[in-house]
Design a protein around this ligand. Structure first.
Ligand code: NAP
Ligand code: MG
Length: 474
């Protein structure tokens, strides 16, 4: 059953992308000393802009600018004054919300519905939330002394939101930052640099160095940074943990995940199906806490899977700027290849693949929403993070088996539970080794609520009062 609908594309004319960008150091855009990299729109493969690839000299300059700003301006500034800048940033994000949403969507590939209704509002909410803490740090219980200069490296899946998660608490606590966005999604970070100028944030408090992995490495290994905050893959997180070991740097790592979404036989099926869809197809499954392992109670597995497939067949995959689109483009050719490769491994392991019937655009990077059934615990598709719109389905008989399977993973970032029984939800949640457990919902975020992992999902918490701890020296 397909619904006819008229395309409703958001206008691109609200964004003004420059052909070429420098680095944002000491409050202004400056030329980098290294090469240039191109960022593309993954839905069309169109080159959007060229950005600088920061080299060692550039990273030195950015860290020095952050140090000067920390020593002379931001560190000594009273919290109530810092708060005013954070509030101002939050309000400018709201004022420029439409532009930021369009920019995020064309650089990243995510549907405008998500960038407009989820990413950008949460970015503003994060700055508002931490602005409120800036003059109340003494009540948070982690001291009031900032650490100094924070080196922050973020991935491409929620470019502006991850920036907000990093920058807002750091600034509220009185630190200055040098942030490196991901190579494929630098544009909203550069727009944020303009917002810092617009907010008249003192020069050097926020510095943005674009580049690829090597720039990130130079930044986190820089001897003059006091704090490293990294969100990205477990593999790179481990390298970073090794490289800062023995230094005086404080580190927080937000890494990968392989969340279980557990559906009990008493769950409201239609609601659970919406939650499963949101859990794995939100942001094309490029979500560290995605519900990528569906654990369904055996007695309802058949009915649930039928309902899920019917729902998946209605997902609209395509132009991310179209307000009707549910699932956008895969962020890069490299990521598309990873998703394809792991899915082929799923086929080879004997799992059964079902793909939503949808037409994919000719140009750009696309992967249709996919479900694997007949998956066993030992399968690589059940163990490794696919980071794409691919769901693995396993079954269980008892709550104890559900808990055992949910925890049988090297990761521990998030989980979902679907049941009518509050007592069952609490009992199961208590036994799950996951930083966040959602009950009868999934992928809900709020700046007041801490987020972070166990095991190979990393350490440290972002968001909430707990998120201040990473940026204060007791
Ligand atoms: P990634 O390869 O680890 O990249 C993350 C960031 O680190 C990028 O800016 C990357 O630069 C940079 N980088 C690469 N090598 C580096 C090195 N040796 N030293 C310092 N920085 C380096 O991760 P990804 O594949 O882009 O992102 C997806 C991963 O992020 C997934 O595993 C996902 O689960 C995780 N994630 C976790 C959370 C969380 O909160 N736990 C949230 C979102 C995503 P380039 O991109 O320019 O190469
Ligand atoms: Mg891009």
């Amino acid at each position: 059953m397909a619904f006819e609908y008229a395309p409703a594309p958001e206008s691109r004319s609200v964004v003004d992308i420059r052909a070429s960008y420098g680095l944002f150091i000491g409050g202004e855009f400056v030329d980098g000393s290294g090469g240039r990299i191109k960022t593309v729109n993954p839905a069309t493969e169109e080159v959007l802009a060229e950005v600088a690839e920061a080299g060692s000299d550039d990273v030195d300059r950015a860290v020095a600018a952050a140090r000067t700003a920390f020593d002379q301006v931001w560190g000594p500034m009273p919290g109530r004054e810092r708060a005013k800048y954070l509030y101002r940033i939050a309000r400018i994000v709201q004022e420029r919300a439409r532009e930021l949403a369009v920019l995020e969507t064309i650089d990243n590939g995510k549907p405008i519905r998500e960038s407009r209704d989820v990413d950008v509002p949460l970015v503003a909410a994060h700055f508002f939330y931490y602005a409120g803490w800036a003059d109340k740090l003494r009540y948070a219980g982690f001291g009031e002394r900032p650490l100094g200069v924070a080196a922050q490296v973020i991935p491409w899946n929620f470019p502006l939101l991850m920036l907000a998660w990093k920058i807002a608490p750091a600034l509220a606590c009185g630190n200055t930052v040098v942030l490196k966005p991901a190579e494929t999604t630098p544009l909203t970070a550069l727009a944020f640099a303009e917002i810092c100028q617009q907010a008249e944030l003192p020069p050097g408090v926020v510095n943005i160095v674009t580049g690829a992995g090597e720039t990130g490495r130079l930044l986190v290994e820089h001897p003059a940074v006091d704090k490293v905050a990294f969100t990205g893959s477990t593999e790179v997180g481990k390298q970073i943990a090794r490289s800062v070991a023995g230094s005086r740097k404080r580190v927080t790592l937000e890494l990968g995940g392989k969340a279980a979404n557990i559906v009990f036989d008493d769950a409201p099926i239609d609601q659970a199906v919406e939650g499963i869809v949101n859990g794995i197809f939100f942001n094309q499954g490029h979500v560290c806490c995605a519900g990528s392992r569906l654990l369904v109670q055996e007695s309802i597995a058949g009915d649930l899977l039928d309902a899920l497939k019917r729902r998946m067949a209605l997902l609209r995959v395509g132009d991310p700027l179209d307000k009707n689109t549910d699932v956008g483009a895969i962020n890069s050719a490299v990521q598309l290849e990873r998703i394809r490769r792991l899915s082929e491994i799923g086929d080879a392991e004997g799992a059964e693949r079902w793909t939503a019937p949808c037409e994919l655009p000719d140009r750009g990077f696309w992967f249709a929403p996919t479900v694997f059934t007949g998956v066993s615990q030992a399968h690589r598709i059940a163990r490794e993070e696919i980071f794409g719109p691919v769901l693995s389905v396993l079954t269980f008989r008892t709550p104890a088996e559900a808990v055992e399977k949910a925890n049988n993973t090297p990761y521990g970032l998030s989980a979902g539970i679907w049941s009518e029984k509050g007592s069952r939800i609490l009992a199961v949640a208590d036994k799950l080794r996951a930083g966040v457990v959602w009950a009868n919902t999934f992928n809900k975020f709020d700046p007041a609520s801490p987020f972070g992992g166990y095991k190979e999902s990393g350490y440290g918490r972002e968001g909430g009062r707990h998120g201040l701890e990473a940026y204060l020296d007791r």
